[in-house]
Write a new protein. Structure first.
Length: 225
């Protein structure tokens, strides 16, 4: 998880993952009368931090960023997907798509068709116009409980069946800008190095324990002989 965070520190729209801890008690100690000193923290599952990343101006009219909660909606291979990565492009047929080729959705579930020529203008509310003609409003989707989303790739999320989409009323679209990853690179690197050192320490402890066992067996065999 930490390595993946660090690898995606420069991936636009990426949301950092953290670990959620719970307490482990060995089955033979699973008794309320036992001391809490026998309990150990273990990583139960990861959770995603959906906090806002910084915005970077790009000057490209098809680059879009969101300020506030919510996601761009796109048509994935097996249903709707949601992303904060607004690095969009035009397909050969003039459809606005992600870099993976997933069509971007406008309200009503339609895709956005843009003609060649003048670049489109996109308002803060997500209205897309070209040569003064309204082409549609981007479908910006928020969720009452973002924890109902699961990652489907580096910058895509898939909603659970019981996820409740809501209108992203306070969210604004910024044209010619991209949202950076919310990974704090220095923190991710330090935590990764720390985990590696812990692993090395445990590996040495296991080696020492194995050597002690082998030495004990040799001594017992020598005495008995």
């Amino acid at each position: 998880m930490l390595a993946n965070n660090l690898a995606n520190a420069s991936t636009g729209g990426f949301k950092v993952d953290h670990e959620f801890y719970s307490t482990y008690v060995a089955p033979e100690l699973d008794d309320s009368s036992q001391s809490s000193g026998d309990e150990m923290p273990v990583v139960q599952k990861p959770w995603t931090d959906f906090s806002q990343g910084t915005l970077q101006q790009t000057g490209h009219p098809l680059d879009l960023a969101l300020t506030g909660p919510g996601f761009f909606s796109v048509n994935g291979p097996s249903g709707p997907l949601y992303t904060r990565n607004g690095s969009f492009q035009l397909s050969n047929t003039g459809v606005l798509t992600t870099s993976e080729g997933y069509p971007v959705r406008v309200q009503g579930g339609r895709t956005l068709q843009i003609a060649t020529g003048a670049p489109p203008k996109i308002s803060a509310q997500g209205d897309v116009t070209q040569d003064g003609q309204l082409l549609g409003r981007l479908e910006i989707t928020a969720f009452s409980d973002p924890n109902k989303l699961s990652k489907a790739g580096a910058t895509y999320f898939k909603a659970a069946a019981d996820a409740r989409p809501i209108a992203a009323k306070s969210t604004q679209v910024q044209q010619s800008a991209l949202e950076n990853s919310n990974v704090v690179t220095a923190e991710a690197a330090i935590r990764l190095v720390t985990v590696m050192r812990h692993f090395e320490s445990l590996q040495k402890a296991i080696t020492v324990g194995t050597q002690m066992n082998q030495q004990s067996i040799s001594e017992i065999a020598r005495i008995n002989s």
